[in-house]
Design a protein around this ligand. Structure first.
Ligand SMILES: *[C@@H]1O[C@H](CO)[C@@H](O)[C@H](O)[C@H]1NC(C)=O
Ligand SMILES: *[C@@H]1O[C@H](CO)[C@@H](O)[C@H](O)[C@H]1NC(C)=O
Length: 467
């Protein structure tokens, strides 16, 4: 809602559809950072030491105990090691101000910072330079071959931290049952597993964030379920979820997202009793990803209803628009299939890698639960190799692409081959400096600055706090 007011004030609002299209109310903390700073608990006063090999976990927990009602837990600029994870439960109207950088030292699983059962919460960096460095590569690289071993003196952690191949380490941040919150102006880098999870949260806002993970699966950027959450102005690099909605979820607005070499944004994986409605994605830029958007299920039950995916732009992606209700990477869930109903894909532009091998439209619905009310309009994604693209539909009703009109009891896969490039596709804008390779799993990923652009031509709703 702050954004709505800001936009009105600057008269930009008239150019945009109502911002609250899919939100069900205001989002974000209900009291200001200033009021929470009337009581500050600085970790340095609770045993914290600014050193990459210290353990900032217990000082954060002690500062939280003292400041969790109406105060600010403050981690000042500086480098801090962390070997004990901080589980911060309860409290009200508090803030976690991370102006320093937390470096993982410990090797336990779980979440480095978890915040649960609280309301009116803000997690931010006032300098926009606060970060968490998960050093995930020590888990993902496999046993370090002696020839490429960095000297121990250059590592902030014991060399025994390196794990055998195929391992995952701790996730960085989890919010569980948090309401009226925001997370912003932070860099989350090289998690041992996922970067940011919001589990059963509501009335929240996430913005001005950058996430950089290793180039393999299992290192999700942002996963969310809950209700009334606005995610905007976020960049993600990894090889799995960019910004993904899981069930149950309702009333989310996700916009101005830059998947700069990633798995791409998605919904799922969806299983039994899926309950998702009123999700709106727009201004999503995706390059070199597994897909521009995927809805994924296999068997299962429940529904996904009334969702809109508009203004998607991208290039060099494997899949593009991909609804797959028989996704082979997923175990079959109990039920006849998830019902997908009233879902609109509007204004998709750019190119895909190979439009015949992996066609840019794939709407494959369950045999026993055909999709209805699917709309594909203003779809002009062309291919980077070859001179045609294919669209594939199955058990899917609605309008546009290869969808059948009306409703019915389903049909086998139909394929349309398009041999004419959409006009103007060659002049679709690109983001400056797209990433041209993923981050290696064998060396540390540098902490990047938070960008100030996330979609061509779109101005972030809020300036970086650090100016
Ligand atoms: C469906 O979404 C639109 C916005 O896109 C909203 O106005 C409408 O209320 C939603 N319908 C239901 C039944 O929630
Ligand atoms: C995409 O990632 C690359 C590699 O880190 C970076 O150089 C580039 O600036 C990013 N693009 C934008 C527009 O932020």
């Amino acid at each position: 809602m702050k954004i709505l007011i800001h936009s009105l004030a600057t008269a930009v609002f008239t150019l945009l559809p109502p911002i609250s299209a899919q939100l069900s109310g205001s989002v974000g903390p209900t009291t200001s950072r200033t009021s929470k700073r009337s009581k500050v608990c600085n970790v340095l006063d609770y045993g914290g030491v600014a050193s990459k090999t210290s353990d900032i976990g217990p000082p954060i927990a002690s500062a939280f105990a003292a400041c969790k009602n109406g105060g600010t837990v403050y981690i000042p600029p500086g480098d801090y090691g962390m070997s004990t994870w901080a589980a911060l439960s309860g409290g009200k109207s508090w803030a976690l101000q991370l102006d320093g950088i937390i470096y993982r030292v410990g090797t336990g699983g779980g979440h480095m910072i978890s915040v649960s059962s609280t309301s009116d919460f803000e997690f931010y960096s006032s300098t926009s330079k606060g970060a968490m460095q998960g050093y995930g590569y020590t888990f993902h690289a496999g046993t370090l071959p002696p020839s490429s071993s960095p000297p121990s003196s250059s590592l902030p952690f014991p060399k025994s931290n390196f794990q055998p191949a195929g391992n995952y380490g701790p996730r960085l941040i989890r919010l569980t049952k948090v309401t009226d919150f925001s997370i912003h102006d932070l860099a989350l880098v090289d998690a041992g597993a996922f970067h940011l999870i919001m589990d059963t949260c509501s009335d929240g806002e996430v913005y001005n964030m950058i996430i950089r993970g290793g180039n393999e699966g299992g290192l999700d950027g942002i996963d969310i379920w809950g209700s009334n959450i606005h995610v905007h102005d976020v960049e993600v690099t990894n090889r799995d979820e960019c910004v993904t909605v899981k069930s149950p979820a309702s009333n989310m607005l996700i916009e101005n997202i830059y998947c700069n070499w990633s798995g791409g944004c998605a919904m799922g994986s969806l299983g039994s009793d899926t309950a998702i409605s009123n999700i709106h994605y727009r201004n999503i830029y995706t390059q070199n990803s597994n897909q521009m958007y995927m809805l994924k299920s296999r068997g299962g039950s429940g529904s996904v209803k009334n969702c809109t995916f508009e203004s998607f732009l991208g290039h060099s992606n494997a899949y593009t628009l991909d609804l797959n209700a028989d996704w082979s990477s997923q175990k079959v869930a109990t039920g006849y299939g998830v019902l997908y109903q009233d879902i609109t894909f509007r204004d998709w532009r750019g190119t895909c890698s190979n439009g015949v091998q992996r066609g840019p439209v794939q709407v494959l619905c369950p045999d026993k639960v055909p999709c209805t009310g699917i709309v594909v309009e203003g779809f002009s994604v062309w291919t980077e190799s070859g001179s045609s693209v294919v669209w594939k539909c199955q058990n899917a009703y609605g309008s546009g692409a290869c969808l059948k009109a009306g409703s019915g009891s389903g049909y086998a896969v139909v394929t349309s081959t398009i041999n004419t490039a959409p006009s103007g596709y060659a002049s679709d804008p690109k983001m400056p400096n797209d990433l041209t390779a993923g981050f290696a799993l064998t060396s540390s990923i540098p902490i990047p600055p938070i960008p100030t652009t996330f979609f061509p031509g779109a101005t972030p709703a809020s300036k970086l706090l650090g100016g």
